[in-house]
Ligand binder design. Structure first.
Ligand code: NDP
Ligand code: HSE
Length: 442
């Protein structure tokens, strides 16, 4: 057995992820030491309640409620407590004492990332966060290191397992959003008390801020991420999407855009969108995550796997631990986050994409022409149009017939599209705008 210099590892949190990290670190300590070139001594585990039942056996003497004392003298601190405070303060204390820090805390990074990265840079320490986006899937290191020589054009991510599970059930099992949400809650994907972080898109928005910042070398604050959740998605929209060759997915989109004024900037947004059924992201089922990257030189890349789960996420944390330990062995300062590009962040109104709009119109001469004028009048070009007429039970059209129009557009700006929809809603020939969905990935 090779003897190594020991590095002192402090773990903050022993919940779903932390308990697995502790167990794997104890079980595979020697192997990890061989990979890192340093012993990894778990010196303590901070929790709220040392007597709580845990999912793995952590030696009782390692547990403490005194996180502050635990981090003193640690070489590497792993923060898996979650939440903003005391996680932020403890990470700052750890960094300021020269420790490298590993975290899976996307909420904290999306909110206070710049402050934490700055603190790490000041003392030459490093903050690792592979687990913060898409759980077990390696995505931070590929963006930060492997693709550092490329120019990323766009990222389309399914980064929230709960909403992907719900939309997949609606698509493949014909369940309503409410029924699918109840199943997601029962299976432990969505929070029982408050599933809004998932279904309102907050969790995906945090991950989008982190991905966009890395991909475009630009700090993208959480409040610059446009966000729509899935609560407005209906089974009728999902059914219509399937018939038209699409699937509805909640997407995290990070895009390098040149807007209609010629300004190059970054768009970071989260919304449910239509994805063509032959796009690789359409094959991401259940609670799985995937991140699809379009890079100038590398072309299309896709990263797929478990976006959550205690042991799966522990894999990403332990990968960071080995990297941090190797860095300690070699010595020298950490590599700072690169924000040199500092691109402007474009508001949603400047985003250019394609749309599918479903309308009920009165089925009379001139209705189609009136609708077409509203599109062209706002500079939105129609690409496809399908019309179906509501028939009575006997198969003949109803006395005051209405027709359903499904209109696919060429690329248009959000501002132009929003103005078109407003005009449609107040048009005499339109009884209802039943659905407006963006089309991505085609
Ligand atoms: P849990 O809620 O399961 O665990 C949190 C742990 O932190 C518990 O052990 C808790 O102690 C401890 N803790 C919380 N507050 C304090 C405090 N003030 N002082 C001391 N200990 C405290 O969280 P998860 O393991 O699910 O998540 C941890 C982090 O990883 C989060 O940032 C999360 O976003 C992220 N993450 C989680 C994933 C997942 O699949 N769960 C996936 C990817 C990232 P006690 O047990 O005594 O209550
Ligand atoms: N709640 C998240 C999801 C898991 O459903 O994907 C942790 O990010």
């Amino acid at each position: 057995m090779i003897e190594y210099r020991n590095l002192r590892v402090a773990l903050l949190g022993a919940g779903s992820v932390g308990a697995q990290v502790a167990a794997l670190l104890i079980e595979h300590g020697q192997e990890l030491a061989n990979r890192a070139g340093a012993g990894l001594e778990l010196v303590g585990v901070a929790v709220r309640d040392v007597n709580a039942t845990r999912s793995t056996d952590i030696p009782r003497e390692l547990l403490t409620t005194d996180a502050e004392s635990l981090i003193l003298g640690a070489d590497i601190v792993i923060e898996l407590m979650g939440g903003l405070e005391p996680a932020r303060t403890l990470i700052l204390q750890a960094l300021n004492s020269g420790a490298d820090v590993i975290t899976g805390n996307k909420a904290l990074l999306a909110t206070h990332g710049p402050e934490l990265f700055e603190a790490a840079e000041q003392v030459g320490a490093q903050l690792y966060y592979e687990a913060a986006v898409a759980g077990a899937i390696p995505i931070i290191r590929p963006l930060r290191d492997s693709l550092a020589g490329d120019r990323i054009q766009r990222i389309l991510g399914i980064v929230n397992g709960t909403t992907n599970f719900i939309l997949d059930r609606m698509d493949r099992a014909g369940e309503s959003l409410e029924t699918a949400l109840a199943t997601a809650t029962e299976l432990g994907y969505a929070e029982k008390s408050d599933p809004s972080a998932d279904i309102e898109g907050f969790d995906a928005a945090q991950k989008t801020a982190i991905l966009a910042s890395l991909a475009f070398h630009t700090t993208v604050p959480l409040d610059a991420v446009y966000r729509e959740g899935i609560t407005g998605v209906t089974l009728a929209q999902v059914d219509a999407a399937r018939k038209a060759g699409y699937v509805v997915k909640l997407l995290a989109i990070c895009e390098r855009l040149t807007d209609e004024q010629g300004v190059e900037g970054v768009s970071a947004r989260v919304y449910p969108a239509l994805v063509p059924r032959d796009h690789p992201l359409a094959a991401v089922h259940g609670a799985k995550n995937a991140v699809f990257i379009e890079a100038e030189a590398a072309g299309d890349l896709m990263f797929y796997g478990a976006g959550a789960g205690g042991i799966e996420t522990a894999s990403a944390v332990l990968g960071d631990l080995v990297s941090a330990a190797r860095r300690h062995v070699i010595g020298g300062p950490g590599v700072a986050e690169s924000t040199h590009a500092n691109l402007p962040i474009l508001p949603i109104s400047r985003v250019i994409t394609r749309y599918q709009i479903t309308l009920s119109v009165v089925d009379q001469p001139g209705a189609l022409a009136a609708v077409a004028v509203l599109f062209s009048g706002h500079g939105v070009s129609v690409e496809t149009l399908t019309q179906s007429v509501q028939l009575s039970d006997s198969g003949v059209s109803t006395p005051s017939p209405t027709a359903t129009l499904v209109i696919g557009t060429h690329e248009a700006s959000e501002a132009d599209l929003a103005a078109t929809v407003l005009a449609l809603e107040s048009s005499d020939v339109v009884s209802q705008v039943t659905s407006v969905l963006r089309v991505e990935g085609s």
